[in-house]
Write a protein that binds this ligand. Sequence first.
Ligand SMILES: *Cc1c(COP(=O)(O)O)cnc(C)c1O
Length: 368
Amino acid sequence: MQYSSWVEIDLGAIQNNIHYIHDRSNVQVMAVVKANAYGHGMVPVARAALKSGVTWCGVARIEEALDFRQAGIECPLLLLGYTPPDRYTDAISRFISLTVWSREQIDIAEQVSMQTGIKARVHLKVDTGMNRLGVQVEDVILLARYLHAQKFISFEGVFTHFARADETDPNPTEQQERLFYQVIAALQAEGLCPPLIHAANSAASLTRPTAYFNLLRLGIAMYGLHPSPQCLLPQVFQPALTWKSVLSQVKILPAGRGVSYGHIYTTHKDELIGTIPVGYADGFRRTPGNIILVQGRRIPVVGRVCMDQIMVSLDAVPEAKTGEEVVLIGSQGEQTISAEEVARRWETINYEVTCGIGARVPRIYLPT
Ligand SMILES: *Cc1c(COP(=O)(O)O)cnc(C)c1O
């Protein structure tokens, strides 16, 4: 056994998940691999995605984009978020497409293009109701004219982002979609519309063909994780991630022994206690009520979660031995603990659970 705690990634599952969306949509797909591919590992996921027909990748930060290029992957790459002005040269010189929503950003892109002799590639972000990032709908045309008038910039795309596509009520998304259609029509009327038009995240990719335009931005669904409890994936999707560790010690404690910091748990009889080398520094949260899989059974974590370790009560699995594998997220035997189940326990969403798996946890890729 090489590791204390590790994550196994089934890249084949990611490829199947992409195929399902790609085959049914008939438009290009962007693999959203920000945040280390939602904890799954940016470079291996991007390579696998590109093999299964994805044409674009998307990241959130310049640091991610530069790591991506550093790995030698040359596909079209969109930086979906904010790029500090001082980093425009880094981005443009490495053919990283930038998201812009202001004249100031367009000015910097034009200047850098002029200086470097490399055309900046930009996507105009339109705010149709997320109210996070983007040019307001009423200001799009002026900004698009400004962008179009630049000599050195390549105006590649226009996009928006949905705030509520994962909910049951379609109305808020329909309203955003309607606004975006109006923007596109106005751009087309003036001959300002760029080649790429995109709006759909995973939830919209699963539910709203009218929002496909010519590119989908696929994140959570690609990893086989449900966009939300109201927006579930079809059965054929498979989660790609399994989080594992091992039993580092197994011992019988007599009644009345306090376990872990603060002794918030005390044995009430002779009890079989296991120790596992994973903790909150790995992203395993310090919330009471954690459950893991040992010998294919659901086993309670007892006492406080430490930085690097947890303890479990093994009375239900008396055969458990030092050195054997345990599962924190994923399947073992007949049992499964999904990222969604863990998210409920931690009162958060599955996105935050897998993104939170620590950088020190090695990612291992199963043969495809
Ligand atoms: C993260 C992100 C996505 C992907 O969202 P999912 O819900 O994971 O599919 C798409 N577009 C933008 C702009 C994003 O920031």
